[in-house]
Write a protein that binds this ligand. Structure first.
Ligand SMILES: *[C@@H]1O[C@H](CO)[C@@H](O)[C@H](O)[C@H]1NC(C)=O
Ligand SMILES: *[C@@H]1O[C@H](CO)[C@@H](O)[C@H](O)[C@H]1NC(C)=O
Ligand SMILES: *[C@@H]1O[C@H](CO)[C@@H](O)[C@H](O)[C@H]1NC(C)=O
Ligand SMILES: *[C@@H]1O[C@H](CO)[C@@H](O)[C@H](O)[C@H]1NC(C)=O
Ligand SMILES: *[C@@H]1O[C@H](CO)[C@@H](O)[C@H](O)[C@H]1NC(C)=O
Ligand SMILES: *[C@@H]1O[C@H](CO)[C@@H](O)[C@H](O)[C@H]1NC(C)=O
Length: 404
């Protein structure tokens, strides 16, 4: 004999020896939403001698807040108009399942209910030892929202939010919906029976976003809702605001805004070197909120047009750098013009020098030319005197004679 066969035999023997009595298995307490329905699921047992009397025409009754006959509020053989509570036995009575659905639950349906069975042949029994407590509530129970894995949410990691709710009798059944403030697109929602998972990849945009899960019961005249929410805290590396910039004329004032979680630190770098608070450079910082930091730097020192200014933000998750466009301040313009004018003066001086040089040279050349001519003339005369051929000399002499 195997294990299953032993169990069958054992239960058969117990069945045979057990003296069947009146007994009932009822839930202790059931919550019902006002305006909705309630299902009481249960089974009962009767004395063996009445077994043959239990038929489809048997009657199931409910007593409320007492077992006296006048406390009967529901009788399955009566029309719903004559019953104090509107309901229907959906279980199969002669199979000892008397599951009851109560419709259109009112606030005064709250109370203690006792079951009674009646049938032809003298079967009349109220189960006084056990009862069910019905608690009518005006608003649905709150759903519960939580992170599936409780952990620090880092930017780029996947997040799963789970909304779970107790489901009360309702037609149509209640639904769970997600929303967020501020509103962001919500994707990857997987809904099971009153469990809804919201899965997504965390970005800094999800930081301090409140996710709300709403359970909605559609009742005849109105919808009843209940909500729970969770605010997400996402850790992310800083980000520098694109509005960070500089302005100024005599002094340059720049500001930089960084955002990160945990809140970042901010450093200024002038031409690559960290800048500290001094009389030349005044730095002030201001925390904007739990994640933001705004810093401004005032530069009194003269900057050259090759100077660069960077804002560096960092926290435990990383860093960000932004190079700020330095304004062309008066100082710098002045410096530029000074440079330009010295260049021009240089050029001018050079030009003057060249001109003077040329002029001097020209004069020198001219002077030396004139002297040469004189010298040449003297030489010629001398040569005439010295080197004149004898014939000419004779001629000259002759002429000289003539002129005398
Ligand atoms: C009661 O339940 C039976 C069986 O499910 C169904 O046929 C009948 O229409 C129900 N009555 C009401 C009033 O809902
Ligand atoms: C609920 O109250 C209404 C009127 O106030 C009454 O007619 C009805 O019988 C009460 N129902 C129950 C179950 O007590
Ligand atoms: C959502 O995340 C949970 C937990 O990580 C996982 O069990 C589930 O399958 C995910 N659902 C979808 C649609 O990715
Ligand atoms: C109840 O909610 C459903 C679904 O959201 C909607 O279609 C319906 O109009 C709502 N009914 C009332 C009475 O607000
Ligand atoms: C810089 O110094 C001034 C005056 O001493 C002070 O108010 C300011 O907070 C300092 N800034 C920083 C970033 O320490
Ligand atoms: C900034 O991050 C880079 C890598 O992302 C790292 O190499 C560098 O040292 C960091 N700088 C600071 C100031 O933290």
């Amino acid at each position: 004999m195997n294990k299953a066969e032993k169990i069958i035999l054992l239960s058969f023997l117990l069945q045979g020896f057990r003296c069947r009595e009146f007994s009932i298995s009822l839930p202790e307490k059931i919550k019902a939403l006002s305006g909705s329905c309630v299902i009481i699921k249960f089974t009962f047992e009767i004395e063996e001698k009445y077994e043959k009397n239990l038929t489809e025409s048997s009657t199931g009754c409910w007593h409320k807040d007492g077992t006296e006959p006048e406390k009967i509020v529901f009788n399955s053989s009566m029309s719903s108009q004559n019953s104090i509570i509107k309901g229907n036995i959906t279980g199969i009575l002669h199979k000892k399942d008397c599951t009851t659905v109560v419709y259109d639950v009112r606030s005064n349906y709250s109370g203690t209910y006792y079951f009674r069975i009646e049938s032809e042949g003298g079967l009349k029994w109220t189960y006084t030892k056990k009862h069910v407590q019905i608690e009518v509530i005006e608003s649905p129970p709150k759903p519960t929202v939580k992170l599936i894995e409780e952990q620090d949410v880092l930017e780029g990691s996947s997040v799963s939010l789970r909304c779970s709710a107790e489901s009360l009798c309702s037609s149509p059944p209640p639904t769970l919906t997600w929303s967020s403030t501020p509103r962001i697109p919500l994707s990857e929602i997987r809904q099971q029976e009153l469990i809804s998972d919201l899965n997504f990849t965390a970005t800094h945009r999800h930081h301090r976003v409140t996710f709300t899960c709403t359970i909605t019961y559609q009742l005849q005249d109105k919808n009843k809702t209940a909500q729970d929410n969770i605010t997400l805290h996402v850790q992310y590396a800083p980000k520098i605001s694109p509005s960070s910039s500089c302005n100024g004329s005599n002094v340059t004032v720049c500001f930089c805004e960084v955002d990160g979680n945990p809140s970042p630190e901010l450093e200024w770098r002038l031409s690559g070197r960290p800048v500290t608070n001094s009389s030349n450079t005044f730095i002030s910082e201001e925390r904007l909120n739990s994640t933001g930091l705004r810093s401004s730097i005032t530069l009194h020192q003269s900057l050259t047009h090759t100077s660069t200014l960077e804002c560096v933000g960092n926290n435990t998750h990383g860093n960000a750098t932004k190079r700020l466009q330095l304004p062309l301040s008066v100082n710098r313009e002045f410096q530029f013009y000074v440079n330009l004018s010295s260049l021009m003066i240089g050029v001018a001086v050079g030009a003057v020098l060249v001109i003077m040089f040329c002029a001097v040279r020209c004069i020198c050349v001219r002077l030396s030319t004139r002297q040469n001519v004189q010298n040449e003339a003297a030489d010629t005369y001398a040569s005439l005197q010295l080197s004149a051929p004898p014939s000419e000399y004779e001629t000259l002499n002759i002429k000289r004679v003539d002129t005398q």
